[in-house]
Design a protein around this ligand. Sequence first.
Ligand code: UFG
Length: 328
Amino acid sequence: MKEILVTGGAGYIGSHVVKMLAERGYHPIVFDSLENGFAEFVRGHELVQGNIGDYALLADIFRKRNIACVMNFASYIAVGESVQLPLKYYANNVANTFELFRAMLDSGVKRFIFSSTAAVYGYPEEVPIRENAKLSPINPYGRTKLMIEQALQDIDAASGMKFIALRYFNAAGADPGGNIGESHTPETHLIPLILRSILEDEYTITVFGTDYRTHDGTCIRDYIHVNDLADAHILALETLVSKGESAVYNLGNGRGFTVREVIDAVKRVTGKNPKVKEGPRRPGDPDVLVASSEEAMAELGWKPQMAELETIVETAWRWERQRKRKGW
Ligand code: UFG
């Protein structure tokens, strides 16, 4: 069985990838500090508790095991927090990630799949956004991701470490089984917060800005199901093994929905009324972010299976109720 080291594998996207890797005959080894991940999300899988800045621990794993590829989900992801605490982001998302690369190179592990983000584009000049669009992040979070993409190109040129960077748009939804899903502290993402405004008496969701240049005045985003993202990671792994070429791909559905349209989808799926109020814009939000994922489809053979917004919301709703019951 092929062993894959999944750093940050006990988090939201990582845990979905771990589950799918195992289902497809791989042996995932989860490496997670559990600062933001949950051991419960990876029950039944091998888990090593550690930080990606821990060169010695990683080098030890690479020496003892036969790791075919590393997938890295171990990064901080909150855009707003990255503006307030840039050093926290540069320290983990950049400096610690370099320790991971050092341990990989010193041990001869030369395949890497990287979680990048639409945030590397900043305010896009054209939508849908293609991979060759201008890279101009507008916050420290996006800059940390772009720095790693650039470093990966240099490391590939110098050492032949091959990588695929996947630029996610808005990851959403949960495994239909209902046992793993999104759980961030604090939660900042739209769909779980709308659902919370249904489940929690005291919570009302605020629509951030109603004067954007869109058909209903609210921001447009491209929501992509977390299991479709997971599938893309496994296809990326297999493509990296078969072709041995580094590449960068966008991952989105290619369709955008406004904040109000997402709220309407939640109403249809749940049959309930979210508590909604309108507020000012959140700094740094572009009007529209929609992906062109044609390259991922053509080169990885990727095709999203849960592209409907209702399906995404339905799986998130199932998870959110389960999460509340379990107190996660
Ligand atoms: N929104 C609200 N109210 C809320 C939360 C969000 O109106 O309480 C709006 C936002 O303004 C935005 C949309 O809902 O227009 C989606 O917001 P999210 O916070 O769910 O997601 P973002 O688009 O801001 O961020 C996502 C990822 C980031 C990544 C970014 C790339 O979570 O990691 O896409 O652009 F950087």
